[in-house]
Design a protein around this ligand. Structure first.
Ligand SMILES: [Zn+2]
Length: 396
């Protein structure tokens, strides 16, 4: 596909249904170039004309949209003890979903994951473009899907390659906070914003950076926000450093402090702890004020460097956001330079399914990517989209 055609497809996938006039304006394309691109996409059965009546009456407008069922994608979000997945069409509509117990630890983890995925791949009707897997960790080689995750107990594990070979399907692995950032940028709060940060709170603390509309990946990974240094002479972190933000502001760190102070017993849940803190202001301050202030300070440092328009806060830790909010906001504002103090902060409730949707979005984005820095996996996804489009009518 030529560049402008890919741009048109990408714009229809992201903003569609959309009119031809709007497309030409948004992409800065001439009439003939746009016609050429849309003809190519029509011929391959990837897009279709939809009629939409304007609310004010008058002539119905003809809009362009994707032929949703020309291809399907599986998106999976992995946690230590379970996997949540969705099957979506090209419009990112969830066709069905699943949740399965999954144990990430031990030698058989990848074999178990393959078995789970094989079962669901069999249910896909039509062309499967690929499988996206979001997990709490780092990918060191995109082509091989090599994963590192202290949370899942994975060290240099060739997860992507193994599953891809077994199921004969492209597999894209991505840090789960990044998959969330991609979902937000395609369908969520980040849709109309080019520069934003997604921060996740919970067992770990993560960050996804969207800079100039693209997920920022760094040279060797990025967004290790939980491991910025927050306190001197701090506790040892899972990563081997001392005094990381996670050692004071992650859910396990707050729970450990509550147990040490005798507020809860060692087997109390986070929900028990939150209930106790909400009933007793002194306990709430003792447990949450310092973590909230340090989170605000650490985030202010990032804001001062990147100057985002929007900060999204999510993850299972936002269940207790009422206890963080005030101290966090004060600390953030006090530490951001005045000229950059224009960001909005939005807090999103925790939703496993949204993360799985994000994993599928990684595959959809690969199929529509305009990035010249492609890899063999996303090229294979693009090939499959072409094959799907060649046989699109037969499938739908
Ligand atoms: Zn650390």
């Amino acid at each position: 596909m030529r560049d402008s055609t890919n741009e048109v497809l990408r714009a229809i996938a992201t903003y569609g249904p959309i009119s031809r006039a709007q497309l030409a304006r948004d992409l800065g394309l001439s009439g003939p170039t746009l016609t050429q691109s849309t003809r190519y996409l029509f011929e391959r059965g990837l897009i279709t004309e939809l009629e939409q009546s304007p609310s004010t009456g008058g002539r119905p407008a003809t809009l362009l949209g994707l032929v949703a069922n020309a291809g399907q994608v599986l998106g999976v979000k992995l946690a230590e003890d379970h996997a949540v997945g969705v099957c979506v069409n090209l419009n990112s509509e969830i066709l069905w979903s699943f949740e399965e117990p999954f144990s990430s630890r031990g030698e058989k983890a990848v074999a178990e994951l393959t078995r789970i995925l094989r079962k669901h791949v069999k249910k896909v009707r039509g062309q499967l473009l690929g499988i996206g897997i979001g997990f709490p960790g780092v990918v060191s080689s995109v082509d091989a899907g090599t994963a590192h995750s202290s949370m899942l107990g994975w060290d240099n594990l060739k997860v992507g390659l193994t599953i891809s070979n077994s199921l004969n399907t492209p597999v894209l692995l991505e840090n789960d906070v990044n998959t969330l950032a991609v979902t937000e940028s395609l369908y969520g709060h980040g849709r109309d914003v080019s520069n934003f940060l997604t921060v996740t709170l919970g067992r770990g603390i993560g960050m996804g950076l969207v800079i100039n509309g693209e997920l920022y990946a760094g040279a060797y990974g990025a967004g290790e926000f939980g491991h910025v240094s927050a306190v001197t002479d701090g506790l040892e972190c899972e990563c081997g450093k001392f005094g990381c933000l996670e050692t004071v502001a992650s859910s396990p760190a707050i729970q450990a402090k509550a147990v040490r102070a005798g507020y809860v017993s060692a087997n109390a849940t986070m929900t028990d702890l939150l209930n106790i803190a909400r009933r007793d202001k002194k306990i709430a301050l003792d447990l949450f004020r310092v973590p909230a202030e340090l989170l605000g300070l650490a985030l202010a440092n990032v804001v001062n460097v990147f100057g985002p328009e929007l900060i999204l806060i999510s993850g299972e830790g936002v269940e207790g956001w009422d206890l963080w909010k005030s101290a966090f906001e004060k600390s953030l504002e006090a530490n951001v330079v005045a000229a950059l103090r224009k960001y909005d902060v939005e807090v999103d409730p925790w939703d496993d399914m949204k993360w799985a949707l994000g994993a599928s979005a990684i595959v959809l984005q690969a199929s529509l990517s305009r990035s010249p820095h492609t890899n063999s996996v996303s090229n294979e996804v693009k090939n499959r989209l072409r094959i799907a489009s060649d046989s699109g009518k037969r499938i739908s």
